[in-house]
Design a protein around this ligand. Structure first.
Ligand code: SF4
Length: 469
């Protein structure tokens, strides 16, 4: 049994990260023959892509996917640790699995992802939920075949979670959710240690993939007919810094754009690492989409300092203005935390002030959720929940007002949309504009996967409707 350890996870080693290719033992390729699996994913795009890798590995082992947990022989929850809410959802689901296992004791079930990297969670599982068969973390997804082999042949729960960062595994298979858009990891982990964030502990130190490996993956995706790639990392702007080489994120973006795939996106950006060179590259290549997610978190310098964010209200606004000025028609979205420990009314007013100045296209807003083991979880927090909820409500009203205002600019305009899935609206396909606006378009299924000109006929706060121009 290898349990996660918070102190170990906090350490940053100087050791070189090894790069190895994914490999599956021949005798494990039939372990799942005739059996079904159900994977439930929580959290961010990183987890979504991890689940794509997990599903492909399971299918290499002979398992086939079911979308009904009641039918599954193998249940796997790929978890998120970013907020208490995500925790509670996972524990609720584990409760459902318990009932299911009482009726069907042969079901194999386990958890992986960021919650599995938390010492406190694994202790709770051992204490109350040891009917689960296995737990593994974010650093050893590639070991899934061996982990399942052990779990299927032993009685006790198998726990295999590395606290320190893992190697970089190349040639990981992926069962991609979408046939036209693909996630491409460019880096793993994060070294920023924002004081509220659990990611540097659950995902380990920053490890950038080799430039050539990323380029090869994007070229292969283009050859396979993919129209869009999103370069993925916790802080993509810091790409390459750990490799101490001559190139950085702007060089990578430029090289990916030159491959000629129709749409290039990237997520997530830390304002501190956003360079002028990156802005120039985004502005220069029409296939790098004019959409940037630029987390603000707070507009108060005092709170930003407590958060360890490394920028001020002034420097954030300068960066924002530079991006708006240099990238034509760019859309910018953000993340904002309200109710960080000791946030006063004045601090919150500073956040509203930034929102008024930036008029974001959209924002993900949250009430601060203390994550055990992070510095912010130990900070004194006397603001009543009711006050935090009121602040969130006020913030959301403002954010929604600007989101609708931004969308209204699209009314009766013609924009390019990649139609990538069937819409919930009858007779419609859904897709995104270059600026990441969701559009429902009246169109036949044959148009799936095409980038088309769409005339916007109706706008709402979160989506638009349109017709083929
Ligand atoms: S940069 Fe992002 S992932 Fe890294 S510690 Fe800060 S909030 Fe967390």
């Amino acid at each position: 049994m290898l349990k996660p350890h918070l102190e170990e996870a906090r350490k940053r080693t100087k050791s070189l990260v090894k790069i190895e290719d994914f490999h599956i033992r021949d005798d494990l390729k039939t372990l799942g023959t005739g059996k079904t699996y159900f994977v439930k994913t929580y959290g961010c795009q990183m987890n979504v892509h991890d689940s794509e890798n997990i599903k492909a590995i399971l299918e290499m082992m002979g398992f086939s996917e079911t979308f009904d947990m009641m039918d599954a022989d193998l249940i796997l929850l790929n978890t998120c640790a970013i907020r208490e809410n995500a925790h509670n959802k996972v524990f609720g689901m584990i409760g459902r699995i318990k009932h299911l296992k009482e009726q069907k004791p042969n079901i194999i079930a386990g958890i992986c992802g960021c919650m599995a990297q938390e010492e406190v969670v694994v202790n709770e599982i051992l204490d109350k939920f040891s009917f689960l068969n296995f737990v593994f973390g974010t650093h050893n997804i590639h070991e899934l075949p061996e982990i399942l082999n052990r779990a299927m042949h032993q009685k006790n729960i198998d726990i295999e979670v590395y606290s320190c960062e893992g190697n970089i595994i190349e040639k990981m298979p992926a069962k991609r959710d979408n046939k036209y858009k693909a996630w491409v990891n460019i880096m793993y982990g994060c070294d920023k240690f924002c004081t509220y964030c659990i990611v540097p502990y659950t995902r380990g130190k920053q490890r950038s993939r080799r430039f050539d490996d990323i380029i090869s993956e994007v070229k292969a995706l283009k050859d396979d007919g993919y129209k869009e790639v999103t370069l993925l990392g916790q802080n993509v702007n810091a790409y390459g810094k750990d490799l101490h080489l001559e190139f950085d994120m702007s060089d990578l973006l430029e090289a990916v754009a030159k491959i000629g795939i129709e749409r290039v996106r990237f997520v997530t950006s830390h304002p501190w690492d956003f360079t002028d060179k990156m802005i120039d590259v985004i502005a220069k290549y029409p296939n790098i989409m004019p959409y940037i997610h630029l987390p603000l978190q707070s507009g108060s310098d005092r709170i930003l300092r407590l958060m360890g964010r490394r920028y001020t209200k002034k420097s954030y606004l300068e960066l924002f203005d530079k991006i708006k000025k240099n990238i034509p028609n760019v859309a910018i979205t953000t993340d904002i935390i309200v109710g960080f420990p000791s946030e006063s009314d004045d601090d919150f007013e500073d956040t509203l002030d930034v929102v008024r100045k930036c008029k974001y296209d959209s924002a993900f807003t949250f009430i601060f959720s203390p994550r055990e083991g992070t510095p912010a979880a130990k900070m004194k927090d006397e603001t009543p929940l009711k006050v935090k909820e009121e602040r969130l409500h006020r913030l959301n009203e403002l954010v929604n007002e600007y989101a609708l205002e931004a969308n209204k600019k699209y009314l009766n305009k013609t924009v390019k949309v990649l139609l990538d899935e069937e819409s919930d609206k009858e007779g419609c396909l859904a897709g995104y504009t270059e600026t990441m606006k969701l559009v429902n378009v009246k169109a036949p299924k044959e148009m799936l996967g095409k980038i088309v000109d769409v005339k916007i006929t109706e706008v709402k706060t979160w989506s638009m409707n349109g017709e083929i121009a």
